[in-house]
Design a protein around this ligand. Structure first.
Ligand code: GLU
Length: 472
């Protein structure tokens, strides 16, 4: 049975890197019929906040990354951690270190000066028990350090392959601070063991922690999990993606009207592909195809353009009804007052032109309101002078006589007007579009006119004839 987990620290909202780690774990569990747990690593009491726990859970739910069993909080396991520290001390695999901060700083400085990597000098490793008792009785503060055994530590990473580290390169690292609180590597092992985690899938930044954790597994005699470290997500400058790159948290994608499945699809491509050309996947596809062995080692570059493309592809593949449903959830006020059929027509005309629900919302505004301004560049180009008013007025008068307000009829009338005036049809199509929408691009003009209806088109053309051209 496979058990994996996602273990965020609630010191900030869920960002793209975290979401991708969660996704790969979730996919692995679902692909293999295993379980996916969510553990909140809230031992840093100052920086951990309930509001971030809530945000992380909400983002996970929005993404549809549902987890098994109750949430696990490290803060509720303090007693177990304390007992484990006592046990490992008793077994002689850890020791109390009374070295002061000043002393350690001095050692560190000396190492820097001699240009060698600093490692703790193990001053307290072989302290006589009488001295230890004495210092304890005097109330001296101490940390607890792991006694790193001789030898080497090896494991095979699912993504990076075999990794071996000489234990002599590993410090006798602290497992409990002077206030008694246990450190990350120690609690991580205790939790993963207690939760029966079989595969640890996490960011590559944890590679240096893994040998330390394996040493702890071995000292406790715990069953070691397998490890898979995911490549970094990089910004366009090839540095680790961060807020500096303006990479938004997951909630912002939701608020901007991205579909959760589109974001998941984009995230999965940051480090994985199925070795085919396929790039657009449904959630079910992903569960079926995902294989941890196909995750690449190379850092994956966050590419906003690609995200937009993937997102647009997902929107395009939804039915109009499904898009409407999403719009109602994300923007409940969108198109209020308009009837459902009208909204479906609007969606159908714009669906393939937009990359997100919020773009659909903003681009569709002309379907609901008369334009109150005209895009400057478009009006300068398309409605240069009064001659345009004459040709648009001619089209307007032919429109007034049309009863069957259909795309074909509207197009025929336009072409006939243009012919009569000896103009190319573009000379009419562009100004009419500008008059109707206020902008210089959008769906096919005749489709647009059919959806808007006769009254609205005639009203808007009349208004535009009064307001345009605007640059004389
Ligand atoms: N809390 C750690 C982090 O946010 C997770 C470590 C792990 O997955 O083992 O990086």
């Amino acid at each position: 049975m496979i058990n994996v987990r996602f273990a965020p620290s609630p010191t900030g909202e869920l960002h793209l890197g975290g979401a991708r780690t969660a996704l790969f774990n979730w996919l692995y569990a679902n692909h293999t019929g295993g379980k996916f747990f969510l553990r909140i690593e809230d031992t840093d009491k100052e920086r951990s906040k309930q509001e971030y726990v809530d945000q992380i859970c909400e983002s996970m739910k929005w993404l549809g990354l549902d987890w098994d069993g109750p949430l696990v909080f490290q803060s509720q396991r303090e007693k177990d951690y304390h007992n484990a520290v006592q046990k490992i001390l008793k077994e002689g695999n850890a020791y109390r270190c009374f070295c002061s901060k000043d002393k350690l700083d001095e050692e560190r400085k000396a190492a820097d000066k001699e240009r060698r990597i600093y490692r703790y000098g193990q001053t307290c490793q072989n302290m006589e028990s009488a001295e230890e008792m004495d210092r304890l009785n005097r109330g001296e503060s101490f940390t607890v350090r792991l006694k790193v055994p001789d030898g080497e530590t090896s494991y095979t990473d699912h993504i990076y392959g075999p990794i071996t580290v000489e234990n002599s390169e590993i410090d006798d690292f602290i497992i409990a601070r002077s206030d008694g609180s246990p450190t990350f590597n120690f609690v991580c092992v205790l939790d993963d063991n207690a939760m029966g985690i079989t595969h640890v899938i996490r960011g590559e930044d944890h590679v240096p922690n893994t040998p330390k954790q394996i040493i702890i597994y071995r000292l406790f005699g715990f069953q070691e999990p397998e490890f898979a470290h995911l490549p970094m997500i990089l910004g366009p400058d090839k540095k680790r993606l961060s807020k500096r790159h303006g990479a938004p948290g997951v909630q912002q994608f939701r608020d901007e009207g991205y579909l959760p499945d589109a974001l998941l699809n984009y995230l999965v491509l940051l480090g994985w592909n199925p070795d085919t050309k396929q790039e657009i996947f449904s959630r079910e596809n992903l569960v079926e195809l995902f294989d941890i062995a196909q995750v690449q080692k190379k850092g994956a570059v966050f590419d906003e353009k690609k995200l937009h493309w993937v997102s647009g592809q997902h929107l395009f593949r939804l039915s109009n009804d499904e898009v409407l449903q999403h719009m109602e959830e994300v923007f409940p006020d969108w198109g209020s007052g308009a009837d459902e059929n009208y909204l479906l027509e609007v969606i159908s005309s714009l669906k393939e032109r937009v990359r997100s629900l919020s773009e659909l919302k903003s681009l569709s505004s002309f379907y609901f309101e008369d334009p109150d301004t005209y895009e400057e560049k478009a009006s300068r180009k398309r409605w240069k002078d009064e001659s345009v008013n004459q040709s648009v007025a001619a089209y307007l008068s032919s429109l007034e006589g049309i009863h069957d307000w259909s795309e074909d009829k509207l197009e025929l009338a336009l072409r006939q007007t243009a012919e009569k005036l000896d103009l190319s049809s573009g000379k009419l199509i562009h100004p009419v579009r500008l008059a109707l929408t206020g902008i210089g691009f959008g769906p096919s003009l005749f489709e647009l006119m059919q959806i808007l209806g006769k009254d609205t088109c005639i009203r808007r053309l009349k208004i535009a004839l009064e307001k345009l051209p605007q640059n004389i």
